[in-house]
Design a protein around this ligand. Structure first.
Ligand code: GDP
Ligand code: MG
Length: 173
């Protein structure tokens, strides 16, 4: 059998950007149009098969509401991987994502592997108002050494790829 490694992963980002929906898509390949907000944090696990090893992600899906933000350190403290999510149709959520990235770099484990994810690309179109440009997300990721992908939890686009990319970037034990 292939060796299996358990990896603690935390999701961070403003409320309603689609954190829980990305997890639901990754874990169950489902989408809910009216997903009930997360209270505090939810815990799920899902395996990612690599050619030479299996990564078992232990996923902490946090609530983005301000009143829970003070709890975040509890979830990212021992995390080996993080997904920082923003909504490509909500520029304010990208500002918030920048803050989460700084906070992770200041407070989390120095070897944490971080993916920056611009979600809801299915909604991005000219008539939907301002969109966070792909180049803006890519620039932040390049500056900060992050993986970067634009996703849709609704269509499933690039969701599996986020977790596979993280798994591939994790140091071999
Ligand atoms: P969270 O607060 O970050 O966990 O966000 P949720 O996963 O609860 O999603 C908030 C809302 O956005 C829900 O109504 C979801 O159905 C919707 N949503 C999440 N991801 C997407 C997406 O990729 N595309 C679209 N169109 N809606 C999404
Ligand atoms: Mg949620």
């Amino acid at each position: 059998a292939k060796p299996q490694t358990s990896v603690k992963l935390v999701l961070l980002g403003e409320a309603a950007v689609g954190k829980s929906s990305l997890v639901l898509r990754f874990v169950s390949n489902e989408f809910q149009e009216h997903k009930e907000p997360t209270i505090g944090a939810a815990f799920l696990t899902q395996k990612c098969q690599l050619p030479n090893r299996t990564i078992k992600f232990e996923i902490w899906d946090t609530a983005g509401q301000e009143r829970f933000a003070s709890l975040a350190p509890m979830y990212y403290r021992n995390a080996q991987a993080a997904v920082v999510v923003y909504d490509v149709t909500k520029p304010a959520s990208f500002v918030k994502a920048r803050h989460w990235v700084s906070e992770l770099h200041a407070q989390a484990s120095p070897d944490i592997v971080i993916a920056l994810v611009g979600n809801k690309v299915d909604l991005a179109s000219d008539d939907n108002g301002p969109r966070v440009a792909t180049a803006e997300g890519q620039a932040l990721a390049d500056d900060e050494g992050l993986l970067f992908l634009e996703t849709s939890a609704k269509t499933g686009s690039n969701v599996q790829e986020v977790f596979t990319a993280l798994a591939n970037k994790l140091p071999e034990p």
